[in-house]
Design a protein around this ligand. Structure first.
Ligand SMILES: O=C(O)[C@H](O)COP(=O)(O)O
Length: 229
């Protein structure tokens, strides 16, 4: 199947740099709605049998313009939600952000027992995300899935057999960025495309936002800079 994993549009938490991973989570900013509105034109005539979103409000809002343009229902699925920040929920300080990013890096390196304090393990994350994707693959040859920055980066970089996981997991994935994979749960997945910027173009990127799951390397660089002071 062809799987389009699209990160949701910008939220106030993405602007503030807060680890917002609980339900129902934030809605979209005005820019987030504009990013979502740009998606249908950019996807053009790309085949889509289904449109899926996580249980968090921001992915469903992001999927709405595409659903309207294609006449598709948004199927809300458990398992596609953001990686839990545990005890760091809604925190934006450097240690919290570092621990959250570091966790995904460790999972990509195979340390699946690790979790942030109070959060889920890598094993639990992959179990639920794999299960959701397997359900989608059962009934769709081509699907768009609107999910989250850390979840998409970690899952795509680890499940794609043609990339080095620990490098790919650190790539940028801005709001409404997209990873395209082809394959299936049995034969495996190939990464076809990693579109870092918003699908609607660089002019829909907010250069001043503290988007911690969109830019893991930049967030870590800021942390390193802070710790030298
Ligand atoms: O940590 C964040 O940046 C978010 O609050 C969680 O990731 P998301 O914005 O991609 O859902």
């Amino acid at each position: 199947m062809r799987l389009l994993l699209i990160r949701h549009g910008q939220t106030p938490s993405n602007v503030a740099g807060a680890l917002d991973t609980a339900r129902p989570g934030a809605g979209l900013t005005a820019l987030g709605h504009a990013q979502a509105a740009a998606i249908p034109d950019v996807l053009g005539t790309e085949r889509l049998d289904g449109l899926h979103a996580s249980v968090l409000t921001r992915t469903q809002l992001t999927a709405q313009p595409l659903a309207a343009a294609r006449g598709l229902d948004i199927v809300v699925r458990e398992g596609l939600e953001e990686i839990s920040a545990g005890a760091f929920e809604m925190q934006s300080h450097a240690e919290a952000v570092h621990a959250y990013i570091e966790s995904g890096l460790r999972w990509a390196g195979g340390d699946l027992h690790h979790s942030v304090d109070g959060g889920e393990t890598g094993a639990a994350f992959f179990d639920r995300f794999d299960a959701a994707i397997a359900e989608i693959a059962d009934t769709n040859d081509a699907a768009a899935v609107v999910s989250h920055g850390a979840a998409i980066r970690v899952w795509a970089s680890t499940r794609a057999v043609n990339v080095a996981s620990e490098e790919a997991v650190q790539r940028r994935l801005m709001n409404t960025g997209m990873c395209v994979l082809e394959g299936d749960p049995d034969s495996g997945w190939l990464l076809q495309r990693w579109h870092e910027e918003p699908l609607g173009g660089i002019e829909l990127e907010d250069r001043f936002a503290q988007d911690v799951t969109g830019e893991p390397e930049e967030a870590d660089a800021v942390i390193a800079e802070d710790s030298r002071r």
